[in-house]
Design a protein around this ligand. Structure first.
Ligand SMILES: [Zn+2]
Length: 159
């Protein structure tokens, strides 16, 4: 793979902060995966929180979108998202921890190369140990702090 080709991946890529855009456009040159979720409105996050609680389905988040904001949430002031969800290609299954671990840490490593600290939903406390996790969100990667990267006028990230 050299770039994202699916419609969904390309859409999610366009929703990402400059830092996450940079990391993903670098990573896709080496490993094949899809971007499945990017920005969310507050209403979308509230609906996700309801899933498995007051609405059908399994619990997919512990962030209610009101008192506690997801890094996926965007606002008019900050319209690009600071989190994304991915799946390896070919996709195996949601709980395939070894494969998600390999992908996540490859992507995290690219972030470090560019001064971008990333946190993975399979290792929230970033200690490279997974047995201390209370909640696994293997597709999820987020910026730990909002990075200083910005898009320039041509839509490219200064590297
Ligand atoms: Zn996520």
């Amino acid at each position: 793979m050299a770039e994202f080709t699916s419609k969904r991946s390309v859409r999610v890529l366009s929703e990402l902060s400059a830092a996450l855009w940079l990391v993903n456009t670098k990573a896709i040159k080496h490993i094949d995966y899809s971007l499945i979720d990017g920005s969310r409105t507050t209403n979308q996050q509230v609906a996700r929180y309801a899933q498995g609680r007051t609405a059908p389905g399994r619990i997919v988040t512990f962030v209610d979108g009101i008192n506690d904001l997801s890094r996926h949430q965007v606002t008019p002031e900050d319209p690009l998202t600071h989190a994304f969800d991915f799946i390896p290609a070919p996709f195996t299954y949601w709980e395939d921890q070894p494969v998600f671990t390999a992908y996540a840490h490859f992507i995290i490593g690219i972030g470090y190369e560019h001064g971008i600290e990333l946190r993975w939903g399979g290792d929230w406390d970033q200690d490279f140990r997974w047995r201390d996790q209370k909640f696994n969100d293997y597709p999820h990667i987020e910026e730990v702090i909002q990075s200083k990267f910005t898009l320039n006028d041509s839509g490219k990230v200064p590297v």
